[in-house]
Design a protein around this ligand. Structure first.
Ligand code: GLA
Length: 511
């Protein structure tokens, strides 16, 4: 090769290197929205609520994922670009599709975004910053065990009774609150009436230490000490987790740490676990729920500590048919209750068909009590208490026991009504008669007795007149009204009773 051609070759090589470098750089320089973005919102306990938007922008198209609390969405629609864009995420949750929509724009190197929970809500404004690639990614899906029957743990021979923090306190629950609720439980008469478990719901969790041990957040500095305190009052302590990576409020779940968490609970002295599906929906289908719940059922048994196992998956996949087989002592049968007449009655009066599945050790759970939370009147709260007793439902008070009125305390601790709930036969009541807004439910009790509840769901007082034989009540009985605490003379073959609006007349029939 002569000198000139060497120069030409060298020039060609240099030019190609430059061209390749330019091409590679161009390909590597991503469009501005591309990247992993995070919004960190501080909770009041040292933890953060995070939202990850893992975006890929290709011209006017944005794809990627959104992970927030218990949800993981794939972006299915997008419009606009860095100056103003809208992305819609969707995910399958059981058989239904969930969607979220975010609007946003790039401001410097921040994403300013707004979202609404429901189209009619005020928008929430958030600022996302760049996060390292992979941060916030969903963990890989762990394989599931094959199904077997988890042995009965021997607990909850009658429906569990106690208190749970969620309905009143939600994320505001902390160590001091739990201690003072335990004090009130012990001193108010609630404990004497049978209320035993003090259950901490979601938001006690922090992350995990280097060995994977679940940590408590600032609100619960020492869970073992808290358990000791609750036990010193003759009460028991319950806790909450999820089989998913995150709980419903977005806190750390037990996913991949089930046995380790069960051991931690046992070491702390925990007596009850509510295990809430929540973030498990990002990894598993509803059909996989039994296997997922079995993992914790086995793990709890393995600790050898008696821990009541409460399944919370909103009644999906007919949980009453398999809840006991995976070790469950109780299982939620519906979505969340609210302190409202409509919510309480929609749940309570829809439980009729589930009666065959309740039995000692294994109960249908129509959710915690709202009695005393203020949005229903005393008549309605008596209906709530009576209906839950007829359903052999767990009685987990959900109000502030430290400041309840004597009237609310009297409703929660009505011994006669509690005795119906706790009847050792463990048979759930059923509807035996209905006419418009009035319905009569009957529950067989031990000792050849029965409870009859005359409900009036209407908004005016109503008189119900029935023949005993229409209710399958034959012969003559001793009768007691459990709210007036009076015996009622046997009225003969017919019975007529006036029930207040939204009220109940609850009778115990015995020989
Ligand atoms: C779900 C449950 C509730 C409560 C919250 C906590 O909604 O159904 O009972 O535990 O999660 O985040």
């Amino acid at each position: 090769m002569n000198h000139r051609s060497s120069i030409a070759l060298a020039t060609a090589i240099v030019l190609s290197v430059i061209a390749i470098t330019i091409a590679v750089t161009a390909r590597q320089s991503p469009e501005p929205l591309t990247g992993n973005w995070v919004v960190r919102t501080q909770n009041n306990d040292g933890t953060f609520r995070t939202t990850y938007l893992n975006l890929k922008q290709e011209g006017a198209r944005i794809t990627g994922t959104i992970r927030v609390t218990q949800f993981f969405y794939h972006i299915s629609e997008s419009t606009g670009g860095p100056d103003r864009f809208t992305i819609t995420g969707s995910m399958m949750d059981g058989k239904s599709e969930r969607r979220v929509q975010y609007e946003g724009k790039l401001v410097g190197d921040e994403l300013h975004i707004t979202t609404r929970r429901r189209p009619t809500d005020n928008p929430t404004q958030m600022v996302a910053v760049r996060a390292p690639a992979g941060e916030g990614a969903l963990p890989a899906r762990n394989p599931l065990p094959s199904l077997h029957k988890v042995p009965d743990n021997g607990l909850a021979r009658t429906p569990p009774m106690g208190w749970n923090s969620w309905n009143k306190f939600a994320s505001r629950v902390d160590d001091a609150t739990v201690r003072s609720i335990a004090d009130a439980m012990a001193s108010s008469g609630m404990k004497d009436a049978g209320y035993l478990y003090i259950n901490i719901d979601d938001t006690w969790e922090a992350g995990r230490d280097a060995r994977g041990n679940i940590q408590t957040n600032k609100k619960f500095p020492d869970m073992k000490a808290l358990a000791d305190y609750v036990h010193s009052k003759g009460l028991k302590l319950g806790i909450y987790s999820s089989p998913g990576p995150n709980t419903c409020a977005g806190y750390e779940g037990s996913y991949g740490h089930e046995e380790q968490d069960a051991r931690t609970y046992a070491a702390w002295g925990i007596d009850y676990l509510k295990y809430d599906w929540c973030g498990a929906r990002t990894l598993y289908t509803d059909e996989e729920m039994p296997a997922v719940y079995q993992i914790m059922g086995d793990a709890l048994l393995k600790t050898k500590r008696p821990i009541v196992y409460s399944l919370c998956q909103y009644g999906r996949l007919d949980v009453w048919k398999w809840g006991a087989d995976v070790g469950g002592n109780l299982w939620r049968t519906t979505g969340d209750i609210r302190d409202a007449w409509d919510s309480m009655t929609r749940i309570g009066f829809s439980q009729n068909d589930l009666a065959p599945w309740a039995k000692p050790g294994h109960w249908n759970d129509p959710d915690m009590l709202e009695i005393g939370n203020g949005a229903m009147n005393e008549t309605e709260y008596k209906t709530h208490m009576s209906l839950w007793a007829m359903l052999a439902a767990p009685l987990l008070s959900g109000n502030d026991l430290r400041s309840m009125s004597p009237e609310i305390l009297a409703i929660l601790t009505n011994r006669d009504v509690v005795a119906i709930d706790q009847d050792k036969l463990g048979k759930q009541g059923r509807r035996v008669w209905q006419s418009g807004d009035q319905e009569i439910w009957s529950r067989p009790l031990s000792g050849d007795a029965q409870a009859l509840a005359f409900f009036n769901r209407g908004s005016a007082a109503a008189t119900v007149k029935v023949k005993w034989t229409d209710l399958n009540v034959n012969g003559k009985w001793k009768m007691r009204d459990l709210w007036s605490h009076q015996s009622v003379d046997w009225p003969g073959s017919d019975y007529s009773v006036t029930i207040p609006a939204h009220g109940v007349v609850l009778l115990r029939l015995s020989h």
